[in-house]
Design a protein around this ligand. Structure first.
Ligand code: ZN
Length: 95
């Protein structure tokens, strides 16, 4: 795994159990900023955030769940105590 990828994974927060329709966990990057908010404002497919997803229109591309704004979607993150350690973080990349 590249240093950039490892750093990015470390910055990302994954959902405890919620996944994109492609099977990858939902996540957000703690350092991504989208005006007018400071910090991330929506959940997105972790495969898209990591650059693993095949762009739509290309062979093998799959459908992904739309971005889910925090304001409208209550999705439990891996950091919630009530998640009890559950995470959709890729197993081989757990720290
Ligand atoms: Zn996806």
């Amino acid at each position: 795994m590249s240093i950039e990828r490892a750093a990015r994974l470390k910055r990302m927060t994954f959902a405890a159990t919620s996944r994109c329709s492609c099977g990858a966990g939902l996540a957000y990057d703690d350092t991504c900023t989208a005006a007018p908010f400071k910090g991330p404002s929506y959940w997105d497919c972790s495969a898209i955030l990591l650059g693993d997803a095949i762009p739509s229109g290309q062979p093998g591309a799959v459908t992904h769940t739309d971005r889910l704004p925090f304001a409208f979607w209550e999705i439990k993150s891996e950091h919630q105590p009530s998640a009890r350690g559950a995470t959709t973080r890729p197993a081989e990349e757990n720290n």
